[in-house]
Ligand binder design. Sequence first.
Ligand code: 6GU
Length: 270
Amino acid sequence: MRIDLLSIFPEFFDVLDLSLIGRAQQDGLLEINRIQPRDFTTDRHRTVDSPPAGGGAGMVMKPEPIAQALEHVLDSSAGPGAGEIDRSESGLSESGPSESGPSESGAQERPVLIIPTPSGELFTQRAAEELAHRQHLVFAAGRFEGIDQRVTEWAQEHFEVRPMSIGDYVLNGGEAAVVVMVEAITRLVPGVIGNPESLDEESHAGDGLLEYPVYTKPAQWRGHEIPQVLLSGDHGKIAAWRREQQELRTRKGRPDIWARYVVAQERESR
Ligand code: 6GU
């Protein structure tokens, strides 16, 4: 998987060189590039921002440096023989494993351009799973009050554009959200995580329930005990207890997820 990260603070993404994602880059499973939009300015101050049209507080990111940075990404992703931009329909519908990789014609699928913004579609585990199947992701992080809206319109000619939010709160810029999304997506890419079975049991995976509590030795610790069932060796009982804990946690902590789960269960039993 190739990932390009546009930001006026490219060092923000140095954390992606650590741990599992760093290892995956070394192993050639991931290629992560950082692009500085200031490198595509022509004035002495390398200006990337300008006051909002119509007035108001703060500054807006100018469209041209970002568009040129994105064109640079497109130029460097055009494979051998790819003389022009692929305008095929690939990637317009929900993506899946069948749509990833070069299409039957040999044409490259359109890259996905994710624009982090609190006004975007909510980034969920489902979105992460979908994006983990794609060949090429580009993230364009804005600072200030955001990026000139015309970048989003223009970019649709070349990318599958997805404005996305990681939750209902406001960050100073898109960079922290990009780190969150890249981590959630890349850990689903085959080979990035050593033991893929651990992915099945996590919160928000499969049926959407929160994960069960975990314990390790010693059996007694500062007056707190491991639940007896986990020491019983009875795998059926252990599985039932874990399921019960998942349901308890979800019902108490996330009534929104619980309501969806109950509806899905009722539908299944009909
Ligand atoms: Cl993706 N960007 C910014 N700036 N703030 C956010 C966000 C993204 N998601 C939630 N808050």
